[in-house]
Design a protein around this ligand. Structure first.
Ligand SMILES: NC(=O)c1ccc[n+]([C@@H]2O[C@H](COP(=O)([O-])OP(=O)(O)OC[C@H]3O[C@@H](n4cnc5c(N)ncnc54)[C@H](OP(=O)(O)O)[C@@H]3O)[C@@H](O)[C@H]2O)c1
Length: 272
């Protein structure tokens, strides 16, 4: 398999993936990026030693894999422009655009191509992301392996069998970091209302979120068990948890994730 990768779009998420690939030993000479913004091109070349071009056609020439990393609103126009080259090269195509289906990408590129849809999230910037992956019907085992290795540059990966579930992936992990940021924001505000100075409130909350995340990922116990272990009967944690439950926190989280999933489906339809 040709391991040359062409990125179409050199923005935030492409930059994270490229940084991760180069750090993991992927040869910079085997990575090309098409990006219209000159300053972004210069930064990609200076920081990672990859080749950055102004036009998609220059980047994709000879590449075995194309990574489509432009905003969903421009994806159709970008694909239709590259369709003749896609049909000539028959490459593996990996799209990271939220809400765009493999069938849409395939149709815009002229049909019959192996298309993988990936949904990374912003901790990819630190190599600590998680990506939901779905392989379209024309993707073979080698294509799946290559796509998984590529997205592993951003963190861990999870394969999804049904593309319909990709909107749920977007709603859970794609938008998920913002839910944790909101909780942190609310905890910092509450800490200050209880009289703590802003700096102390921030330090206490941030390390609590990091420590809890590490316990969740490094312990064998699941979230409910970890919660039970720190909730002594009649204690302070129980008083807080009962307040959360009485306020309907679980139903609110479910409603929020449902709203995000529905919005993802709407955006997908709007880009068709
Ligand atoms: N950021 C995230 O957390 C995240 C998470 C999951 C998925 N995604 C998906 O990743 C994709 C990229 O997101 P992003 O945050 O990296 O966006 P971004 O920073 O805006 O990057 C997109 C880049 O593509 C460039 N571009 C536009 N038209 C192009 C063309 N015809 N050829 C080549 N490049 C072109 C844009 O330039 P201009 O600015 O001049 O238009 C921009 O620099 C989106 O589809 C998004 O849904 C992002």
């Amino acid at each position: 398999m040709n391991h040359d990768i062409a990125f179409i779009g050199g923005g935030n998420m492409a930059r994270s993936l490229i940084g991760g690939l180069v750090a993991r030993g992927h040869a910079p000479a085997a990575i090309r990026v098409a990006e219209p913004v000159a300053a972004l091109r210069a930064a990609l070349q200076a920081d990672f030693g990859v080749t950055a071009c102004e036009h998609g056609a220059q980047a994709v020439a000879g590449a075995g894999t194309w990574v489509l990393a432009v905003k969903p609103q421009v994806m159709r126009a970008v694909c239709e422009e590259l369709a003749p080259l896609a049909q000539a090269q028959r490459t593996l195509v990996v799209s990271i655009a939220a809400g765009i289906t493999t069938a849409q990408i395939d149709r815009w590129l002229g049909c019959g191509l192996p298309v993988v849809r990936a949904m990374p999230n912003t901790p990819a910037l630190l190599g600590a992301g998680v990506t939901g992956l779905y392989a379209g019907p024309a993707v073979d085992a080698a294509g799946r392996d290559f796509a998984q290795a590529l997205l592993s540059a951003a963190g861990t990966t999870v394969w999804i069998d049904s593309e319909a579930q990709m909107d749920a992936v977007t709603a859970v992990s794609g938008s998920g970091p913002a839910y944790v940021f909101l909780l942190a924001e609310a905890m910092v505000d509450a800490a200050q209302r209880e009289g703590l100075p802003p700096e102390a409130a921030r330090a206490l909350v941030l390390q609590t979120v990091l420590g809890a995340a590490r316990m969740l990922t490094e312990s064998d116990a699941d979230a409910s068990e970890l919660r039970r272990r720190v909730t002594s009967p009649g204690g302070t944690t129980q008083a807080a948890i009962e307040t959360f439950e009485a306020g309907g926190l679980r139903a609110l989280v479910a409603a929020a994730i449902h709203a995000a999933r529905v919005r993802g489906a709407e955006l997908s339809a709007a880009n068709d």
